[in-house]
Design a protein around this ligand. Structure first.
Ligand SMILES: *Cc1c(COP(=O)(O)O)cnc(C)c1O
Length: 360
């Protein structure tokens, strides 16, 4: 069996250990004679799976007791609407920082429900940096400030969490979930789609401070009402059971590696191999300002579209797949999430060096 190195931005690689464990348990989960795919979400087996997943997440991320952990559906994109519906209700105002497509989409949804305001943006330079803000930039009457922590498409990340004073901060952490420790207490809510770093597609995890709950608009769809989801322990309806099970396996795997500090050290080492090469290469260039570079998504280009296309084609044949940049950016992007092994990046860099020698 030849597995490729998959640099997709999502869905993306899962740890091989997790896939093997899931395969071994596929037909008979822990002696119950059925697959997790087949079992009732009200069964005692699944009850243990979802509770274990929550407990592991709380442990790994150091989530305080006054935060709820919700397992939701609809993708990160459904939360773009759910967030204003649930929270933009006291003053009907919210402040957004626009650092790319995902923040832009969230902002567009919020504008449907109230006075959403663009506080800062890096659109002027194709989102290649994180705009600086200070506490004074935010409306003290805003119901929340919204950021996208790691910008999957453009490869930027907030290395420092913005100071919003007393205004609750909400962050989309889809593409940096569990990649390094995060101080949850700085946020009123963080959330993310699971398909980048946590599990297969179909699951969104939201971590919400309890005092935020209970103010949703009257007409909020039940499935988007975080209070109702919290009151029902994420089991208001059928959750994505199998995805939650894989999430649990990934969390167990992360714990066995030494948790998020260990994951961070690994991710830093991995990203450095690629960035160091990009900084030394005459052919390949990173597109993001060095101080805002993401550990997870690394966009890069050559000076010619032809060469980019040739590189992507040859890389694919060599087993480095999904390196094509997002359609709005072009060039290449290597997404190197938690499950990408260090050898994957070492081998990619060796391949890039060889390509550069042959083509210059
Ligand atoms: C992938 C991604 C999304 C979209 O997620 P869906 O689950 O497809 O809705 C939103 N935000 C960020 C930061 C992402 O990386």
């Amino acid at each position: 069996m030849a597995r490729v190195y998959n640099f997709s931005a999502g869905p993306s690689m899962l740890p091989e250990e997790v896939l093997r464990k899931a395969a071994a348990e596929m037909l008979d989960y822990e002696g119950c004679g059925q697959s997790v795919m087949e079992m009732s979400h009200r069964s005692k087996e699944f009850d243990k799976i979802i509770k274990d997943a929550e407990a592991l997440l709380r442990e790994l991320m150091n989530i305080p007791d006054n935060y709820k952990v919700l397992f939701l559906q609809g993708g990160a994109s459904a939360q773009f609407s759910a967030i204003p519906l649930n929270f933009m209700q006291k003053n009907n105002k919210a402040d957004y920082i626009i650092t790319g497509q995902w923040a832009k989409k969230a902002f567009a949804e919020a504008k449907k429900y109230g006075a959403a305001r663009e506080v800062a943006s890096s659109a002027d330079k194709t989102f290649t940096y994180i705009p600086k803000t200070t506490r004074e930039d935010f409306d003290p009457e805003a119901d929340y400030v919204y950021i996208c922590m790691n910008n999957t498409i453009y490869g930027t990340v907030y290395h420092e969490i913005p100071d919003t004073g007393d205004v609750p901060l909400i962050a989309d952490i889809s593409s940096c979930f569990l990649s390094e420790p995060l101080d949850v207490t700085k946020f009123a809510m963080v959330y993310g789609g699971a398909q980048k770093n946590v599990a297969p597609a179909g699951l969104v995890i939201a971590i919400i401070r309890e005092d935020m709950l209970g103010n949703a608009r009257e007409d909020t769809p039940t499935m988007m009402n975080y209070k109702i989801m919290a009151d029902n322990d994420s089991l208001y309806n059928t959750p994505p059971c199998y995805t939650i099970y894989i999430c649990k396996l990934v969390l167990e795997y992360l714990k066995s590696l030494g948790g998020l500090e260990a994951m961070k050290a690994r991710n830093e080492k991995k990203a450095k191999i690629l960035y160091d090469f990009l900084d030394s290469s005459k052919m390949f260039h990173g597109t993001v300002v060095p101080e805002d570079r993401s550990l997870m998504n690394v966009p890069f280009v050559t000076d010619s579209d032809e060469l980019n296309a040739k590189f992507i084609k040859e890389a694919t044949s060599a087993g480095f797949v999904n390196l094509k940049g997002h359609r709005t950016v072009g060039g290449m992007r290597a997404s190197i999430y938690n499950a990408m092994p260090i050898e994957g990046v070492e081998k990619l860099v060796a391949f890039m060096k060889e390509f550069e020698e042959k083509n210059s």
